[in-house]
Design a protein. Structure first.
Length: 360
């Protein structure tokens, strides 16, 4: 059973096939208007979301399928103390595929172990957001015509921004992608990402502290919001919240065919005046999100055809390490009764399989 919890759960060939399918859907929407007739998507959103949830909903509707779910954990049995594992086991008897957003890192991985139907991670804490990554890849492909040999600058909250983590992981598998990390010290890319993804996978990256110094060399500028809800300390948030603002003056130094991406919502990191610039691609990016989610839902459902619906949890026994506990307070394993799973990362360190943090 194929799930999408991390962008690398899809091989490069599978990723490319989903992007190609999304492009085919864009070219001929009528052809796909009925392909998921009789299928149900459950959207389980434990954390606020506008575009991701509605994008999943409209994607399934455009495929001819139906959607059930909740957009507020307070209105579900979670408020009575139900675990993720139990919730998805129940939902799986009503639906064919699940899209889950959760404030706990690793919650969608737990869901995938117990659901018996395909699970899509629609964003877990500061960890990962693989469907935003597919959206970003489709946008880069459509705007630049390729997914290799370009320079991308990531600007803003690289520490808590899950869209950044997932996109860097995905891009590390394409040739000739240069990454420039633009962030204040407090919001640097997490250490596990720098060591494992960047150093070990050999992605060409460097860190700078202003966007002005790199603007002329960028093909893609990926702006992000400072993730206020993930800060433990309000003072620290206030110190960094206005770190980087893209305005027409700064954009003047960029290439004529550079594109500006942003997963949205934006706060103040891109001024409204930039919207009129043809290089501002972030609203086109949103629309691509719907098409790529159509392609993903349809592909996962097709791949699951003929697979038995398993009722026993799907857990690799080699990963179970009761002698360790995760050090991350935002990890699902620190609040719910789940198997303690740890693996050896590419950089040789032991990491929690739910959130990539080190054990205590
Ligand atoms: C992002 C997210 O939720 O991580 N938004 C989205 O899914 N489009 C980015 C953000 O919230 O800043």
């Amino acid at each position: 059973m194929k799930h999408l919890i991390e962008p690398t759960d899809l091989t490069v060939a599978e990723t490319d096939s989903i992007i190609a399918l999304a492009e085919d859907i864009i070219a001929d929407r009528a052809k796909y208007s009925d392909v998921c007739r009789g299928k149900k998507l459950a959207t389980l959103f434990y954390e606020p979301s506008t575009r991701t949830r509605l994008s999943f909903t409209s994607a399934m509707m455009e495929l001819g399928g139906d959607v059930i779910g909740f957009s507020d954990a307070a209105s579900s049995s979670v408020s009575k103390g139900e675990t993720v594992a139990d919730t998805v086991r129940v939902i799986a008897s009503f639906a064919d595929i699940i899209a889950m957003r959760h404030f706990k890192e690793g919650a969608p991985l737990v869901a995938s172990q117990y659901a018996g139907i395909p699970v899509i991670n629609a964003g877990d804490g500061s960890h990962a957001h693989p469907t935003q990554t597919l959206t970003d890849l489709l946008t880069i492909k459509r705007e630049k015509g390729r997914l290799d040999h370009f320079t991308i600058g990531f600007c803003g909250d690289l520490k808590f921004g899950r869209t950044v983590h997932s996109l860097i992981k995905a891009l590390s598998r394409y040739e000739g992608v240069r990454v420039i990390l633009i962030a204040p010290d407090e919001l640097r890319l997490p250490e596990y990402m720098r060591r494992e993804v960047c150093d070990k996978c050999g992605i060409d990256y460097r860190e700078v502290s202003t966007m002005e110094e790199v603007m002329p060399e960028l093909d893609v500028l990926y702006m992000t919001r400072v993730q206020k809800e993930r800060f433990f300390d309000e003072e620290e948030f206030n110190r960094v919240k206005d770190s980087f603002v893209l305005d027409p003056q700064k954009l003047a130094a960029a290439k004529n065919d550079m594109i500006v991406l942003h997963p949205l919502p934006r706060v103040n990191e891109i001024t409204r005046a930039v919207d009129a610039d043809p290089r501002a691609a972030y609203f086109r990016q949103v629309e691509n999100g719907k098409f790529v989610r159509m392609a993903l839902i349809y592909s996962l459902l097709r791949w699951a055809e003929g697979e038995p619906r398993r009722t026993a949890p799907q857990i690799d026994p080699a990963l179970i390490h009761p002698e360790f506990a995760c050090s991350n307070a935002r990890c699902i394993s620190t609040t719910e009764d789940v198997d303690p799973l740890f693996h050896l990362a590419a950089d040789g360190t032991c990491r929690c399989a739910y959130c990539e943090s080190r054990p205590k």
